[in-house]
Design a binder for this molecule. Structure first.
Ligand SMILES: [Zn+2]
Length: 932
């Protein structure tokens, strides 16, 4: 045990020293490593990458050469980002000195992760962030340099381990188990440094095959389920390499490091035999290419090390008096047998309940021994089970906790783990209520009823208010039109405005706005159930929504923002065009003053709320939001990351008046607009290609370099997203400047309007439901084209549908008009801006806490938690938006009618613009500006 050296100060290793050792030709030719060149290489790694490479000497060969051990991981972090312990992988090579290709495979695995890390490759970084790799490349350095199988004592090191040593007809096993310094050092390292490893691969050369235990017996190992799973995955996805039980796959052998690693240490173990074709000189293929397929298998084994054990997760623990029912899942690929649940009281004493096995109770209380067979429960790999316990008169209190004890694998030698059942609150909550008799479903139903009652109360309150207001409508409207003395802060009027649609408001436009914000809200409510925002809890329905075609519209909720863009373009375009037509110019001061009052004050208040909800995250970059430049920052640096769309709108307000002034009476307005639309497609492709980004954007691959790249370069920039706004402006231009043509088109003939509405509806659904995922088999050009045009196709169909709903009498347009004019949508439309500002900070703040609370404390299932979270987040969003609306938005809008505004405008008609044209649709849209 004293062989271990905790750390080593490496003195200079000079090539001169190494040259004194005699070497076979193939090693001197640098086809393979000699001990000397390996020494140089591993020391260079340790020198160049001290942050990830620790180099230790863990013993000496019989001739005194060092046994170099590489410990590779991101050593700046002791644990995984989620706080749990890192996975441990153990690899060795070079048991047999003449099996050079196998030794090189061990070397290449180390090289892949070290150099991958240095080159910033995600696959390497991901592994080193979560995993420790311990790699001893050359165990038999003496034999290596002599190019012989044996060590200097003529012992076959891979027959020298203490597992049924010398019990097979075998040659040269040594004088006793671990008689050789090399094998002894290796076993000491396994026992003292990496006993927790969940993967051990030992590298050899010979027949191309991977061998799992046993070598001693022809029977399958206890963990055959895990080995067969690995075999099937490797064979169907990575390599055809045969994967067999060693005894049957090769020949019976005893005292091997593989059988020792499994039978004594309890690791999942493999002997990786590369073939020996590069033994001969003359092959010029680089070794890394030669072993590319083998490396692929190693990456698979290492990246999935988390699965190579049982992983018990408590789904629920419910009590009925002293009776408990435990529902438990095994996420791992290995089964476990002797698991049990233990209650640890506040003094730290352990109490073991009676467990019900096959109908009878089995006490583990007396002389409890964790390794006792028979009284524990079993959970097969990737399976779920329910177990009943009787805690008898064991006193349970909220200060104690539950723990699970189980073995990582079925093999007796595998390690026992003790894991806390999260949420000690379960006990206090359940015991206090005198035992829980409600199932998850009933509890959910109860919660649902409470929410329904709250909504009902709100609705009735609104109707009472409504009735009161109706009696005041005449006086209110009278006030409205002669508001010389506008009361800026008027809560009552604010609440009234939230529910009463003024006569000049166009219901269709309100409806679209309401649907847009609801769409975005629902989309984000789903999206923020990524484990990153659920305290690590996996929500099955979060994944299901992504996979299920029925919910594609939800996954495509980003289009809600394009919906906003089209509406904005339409309304702002209409008001600007109308003013240009009327006065042959634009009052810019007035335009921006009104925009400012509409948008900025409530944004500032929301920012202050966001400092709290986002816990100050990126608040140092709030200046960019105030200047509406936040979309120029990377999404990783943006404060209120969802407000990039506001920046795009503001940038549009700078460009749109100029564009319309320049084009004011140009007959080629439409041609220019179409040109700009097509230019937008080209810019989108340009942004993708110049940044070498993939055309398919996997929403779930959150936070990866590609994800951030797609967001920063294609998603939140004005030049990649102006399409919707431009389409809105085009629609406004037709609406304002081609009024007669529009009337004629929709009035003249019954067939043409319904054909147009129908086509637009089909296009709208097509653009909503066709996602890149469905095109993965298509030619790249098709995928690129779809990526370039899908949002504009969506915007175009939406604009046509809006025009139809405004003008057409056909069936589709009529249905749409009725839907969009629904009274229930009006308050949502009124709240859309504030709700957009508030929703994401509420979700980011709430979901981690509420998910933990609902799953762990209340004991709801993850899917029900998902639904409750969404209902609550949207309710909270609408409530907070209502407060902002009444206290900030409405007062600011009323201030726009204040006489003071005319001083800013330089005109006296700031009030008048709301009047006059109330009857005509155009007038309505004009006045709509007041609320847009
Ligand atoms: Zn070998």
């Amino acid at each position: 045990a004293t062989i271990l050296v905790a750390s080593l100060a490496i003195t200079s290793v000079s090539p001169v020293v190494s040259a004194q050792i005699s070497q076979p030709d193939i090693i001197q030719e640098h086809w393979y490593h000699s001990y000397a060149t390996l020494t140089l290489d591993v020391n260079a790694w340790a020198d160049d990458h001290p942050e990830i490479v620790k180099l230790l000497v863990v013993g000496q060969t019989e001739l005194g050469r060092n046994l170099w051990m590489l410990q590779i991981s991101d050593w700046s972090q002791e644990a995984k980002p989620d706080g749990s312990a890192k996975e441990v992988v153990y690899i060795d090579g070079g048991h047999h000195g003449n099996e050079h290709l196998g030794t090189e495979l061990a070397f290449l695995v180390a090289e892949f992760y070290i150099e991958g890390w240095a080159a910033g490759e995600k696959s390497a970084i991901d592994v080193l962030t979560t995993t420790e790799l311990h790699i001893l490349i050359m165990l038999n350095a003496d034999g290596n340099d002599f190019d012989t199988r044996w060590n200097v004592n003529q012992v076959d090191l891979n027959r020298n381990y203490d597992h049924y040593w010398n019990t097979c007809p075998t040659t040269q096993p040594g004088s006793s188990a671990f008689s050789e310094s090399e094998t002894l050092a290796n076993s000491v390292y396994m026992n003292e440094v990496v006993p927790h490893a969940d993967l051990y691969v030992t590298m050899h050369t010979g027949v191309w095959i991977m061998l799992y235990p046993w070598g001693k017996w022809p029977e399958q190992p206890s963990d055959w389920e895990m080995y067969h799973h690995i075999r099937d995955e490797v064979n169907s996805n990575i390599s055809d390499i045969p994967i067999r039980n060693a005894n049957q796959g090769l020949y019976p052998n005893c005292g091997t490091s593989r059988d020792y690693g499994y039978g004594v240490m309890g690791f999942p173990t493999f002997t990786f035999e590369t073939d020996d074709e590069q033994f001969l000189l003359g092959s010029v293929e680089a070794i890394s290419d030669r072993l590319g397929e083998e490396l692929g298998v190693m990456h698979y084994l290492i990246e999935n090390v988390w699965y190579w054990r049982a992983r018990l997760v408590v789904d629920s623990l419910t009590f009925d008096g002293s009776q408990a029912e435990l529902s438990i899942s095994n996420l791992g690929r290995a089964s476990t047998t002797n698991a049990t649940l233990v209650y640890v009281d506040e003094d730290g004493s352990e109490h073991v309940p009676w467990i019900s096995i096959d109908g009878g109770l089995c006490s583990l209380d007396s002389q409890f021994n964790y390794s006792l067979q028979g009284c524990g429960f079993q959970v097969n790999a990737t399976n779920t089970t329910r177990v009943n316990f009787d805690f008898g008169d064991i006193e349970l209190s909220g200060n104690g906790k539950f723990q699970l004890h189980y073995q990582k694998r079925v093999i007796d030698s595998s390690m026992w783990v003790t894991e806390d059942v999260p949420g000690n609150m379960v006990i206090s909550g359940i015991i206090a209520s005198g035992g829980d008799i409600f199932s998850d479903d009933i509890r959910f139903l109860f919660l649902f009823l409470v929410i329904l009652m709250a909504l009902n109360a709100a609705w009735r309150g609104r109707r009472n208010l409504d009735n009161q207001i109706k009696s005041e409508v005449f006086s209110a409207e009278a006030n409205f039109s002669s508001s010389e003395n506008v009361r800026i802060f008027d809560t009552r009027a604010g609440i009234r405005d939230l529910f009463m649609r003024p006569s000049f408001h166009e219901p269709v436009v309100d409806g679209v706005r309401a649907i847009a914000v609801l769409w975005v809200l629902l989309f984000h409510a789903w999206f923020f159930h990524n484990p990153e925002w659920t305290s690590g809890h996996e929500i099955p329905w979060y994944e299901s929504v992504f996979e299920n075609p029925m919910f594609l519209w939800l996954v495509q909720g980003g289009l809600g923002v394009d919906m906003f863009f089209v509406i904005s373009g339409f309304l702002i375009g209409a008001i600007l065009l109308k003013e240009i037509n009327r006065s042959d110019g634009l009052n810019m001061r007035r335009f921006y003053a009104r925009r400012f009052l509409r948008l900025v004050p409530v944004y500032l208040v929301a920012m202050m709320a966001a400092v709290y909800f986002l816990e100050g995250h990126n608040v140092e970059n709030a200046w960019a939001n105030i200047l509406y430049l936040n979309n120029f920052l990377s999404i990783d640096d943006q404060f209120m990351g969802w407000c990039w769309s506001l920046a795009i709108e503001e940038q549009f307000y700078l460009v749109a008046p100029l564009f319309l002034l320049i084009m004011r009476k140009s007959e080629s307005f439409l041609q220019w607009s179409v040109f700009l639309l097509v230019l937008g497609w080209a810019l989108r492709i340009f942004a993708l290609e110049i940044n070498e980004l993939p055309v398919y954007w996997d929403l779930m691959d959150l936070g990866s370099e590609t994800w951030v790249g797609r967001f920063d370069h294609t998603y939140d920039n004005f030049y990649t997203r102006y399409g919707g706004l431009l389409i809105g402006v085009i629609a406004a231009w037709i609406h304002v400047n081609r009024k007669e043509d529009v009337k004629e088109f929709y009035g003249s003939n019954r067939l043409r309007p319904i054909l147009l509405s129908f086509t637009a509806l089909i296009l709208f659904l097509f653009a909503t439901f066709l996602e890149q995922r469905h095109l993965t088999e298509s030619h790249y050009t098709i995928r690129l084209t779809w990526y370039a045009i899908e949002r504009d196709l969506f915007g175009l169909s939406l604009a046509i549908l809006i025009m139809s709903a405004l003008h057409s009498k056909d069936l589709i347009a009529g249905g749409l008009r009725r839907l969009l004019s629904s009274r229930a949508l009006y308050p949502v439309a009124q709240l859309s801006y504030s709700a957009y500002l508030m929703h994401e900070m509420i979700m980011i703040w709430m979901f981690p806490k509420s998910t933990e609370f609902l799953i762990v404390t209340i004991g709801l299932g993850p899917n029900i938690t998902f639904v409750v979270n969404i209902v609550f987040a949207i309710a909270l969003t609408l409530i907070s938006a209502s407060v902002l609306y009444v206290t900030v938005e409405r007062p600011c809008m009323r201030f726009r009618k204040h006489p003071f505004m005319s001083q800013i405008d330089g005109t006296s008609d700031s009030v008048d613009s709301l009047r006059g044209n109330r009857v005509s649709t155009l007038g309505a849209i004009d006045a709509e500006i007041a609320s847009s």
